[in-house]
Design a binder for this molecule. Structure first.
Ligand code: FE2
Length: 317
């Protein structure tokens, strides 16, 4: 079934700001498809990981998920149609722009464009980062993870678990209902939350190979403190050390390091909080920030901590 988050599709009125942040702050590679109109962003050997198109209206963000091949693509398409989703084949132009063999798209219960594809090509040149960084951790873990706030929790959970075949990593009911789901060694590829608020894209997590690259990105964000949506901290579940940078469209890019991986004997956990330390959500109302501080104090009092597991990918220098 779904093997990984493959790429992100953005339509935005802020193309220039996206390019500047992606290249100069995050360290991605920009490939101009059409000047002032469309770019592809690279973070690794793949042809693209973001396709960004300039529009006049409201910004949108969609996700591309990868399956193994044509058989799986058709199977998911059939299941979606049986569930009442309107499935549309990708056009030749869309396939070429993305560098995939085949793709279809539909809209999830909150109206987010979801693409399912196979065969994302490698680029014919080496990845050249926008600033000197040690690269991003992708490979069989996919591009990263996305967290969504949904108005249709049960339908979304059904979509990702029963149609796409993702499995539960962990969950919580407090302070609101959240499920974290995996489809490869990455601890979670999707997080869905029901806060009672309107549906929105909460964040996309990208993982650096090197811790120093998180620190340097944080230094740059501190020049404009309003750009920090969530301060430096460590997640309780995937153990990412990260902070969240607001992007030009208002949702966030989480820049992290050293997430733990998951294997077939994983036991589902119920979470006691979202973070071990840090991660002050600057956008929350004061009472909610205080609630989060109290959870951190409780975990600190218990002495709860987690090991840092590094990988071969981040021992190269
Ligand atoms: Fe995250």
């Amino acid at each position: 079934m779904i093997q990984a988050l493959s790429y992100i599709v953005v339509e935005t009125p802020h193309l220039e700001s996206w390019i500047n942040q992606a290249r100069d702050h995050v360290g991605m590679q920009i490939e101009v498809v059409e000047p002032n109109q469309c770019v592809r962003l690279r973070v690794d050997e793949k042809f693209q990981r973001f396709v960004i198109t300039k529009i006049d209206g409201k910004a949108t963000m969609g996700m591309g998920f990868e399956v193994a091949g044509k058989i799986e693509l058709n199977k998911i398409s059939k299941m979606l149609k049986q569930e009442g989703y309107a499935v549309t084949e990708g056009s030749q132009q869309e396939l070429i722009l993305r560098g995939v063999d085949d793709m279809f798209f539909f809209y999830d219960p909150d109206g987010v464009r979801i693409e399912v594809c196979y065969g994302l090509a490698d680029a014919d040149s080496q990845f050249e980062s926008g600033r000197p960084i040690g690269g991003f951790r992708t490979g069989d873990m996919g591009l990263g993870h996305v967290a969504l706030i949904t108005e249709h929790f049960d339908k979304m959970s059904h979509l990702y678990r029963n149609i796409f075949g993702l499995k539960l990593s962990d969950h919580t009911e407090v302070p609101f209902r959240v499920e974290f789901l995996h489809c490869n060694p990455r601890h979670h590829t999707i997080g869905i939350a029901h806060t009672g608020g309107p549906a929105k894209i909460y964040h996309l997590m990208l993982e650096y190979n090197d811790f120093d690259d998180v620190g340097r990105a944080y230094d740059m964000a501190l020049i404009d403190p309003d750009s920090i949506g969530v301060t430096l901290g460590r997640h309780i579940n995937d153990h990412a050390i990260s902070f969240y940078l607001k992007n030009p469209d208002g949702w966030m890019i989480e820049l992290g390091w050293a997430t733990r991986t998951i294997d077939s004997d994983w036991k589902v956990e119920e979470l006691e909080g979202m973070s071990l330390w840090g991660h002050d959500r600057t956008w929350l109302p004061d009472n909610k920030r205080e609630e989060a501080r109290q959870i951190l104090k409780k975990l600190s009092k218990k002495g709860q901590r987690a090991p840092v597991i590094t990988t071969a990918q981040n021992s190269h220098n």
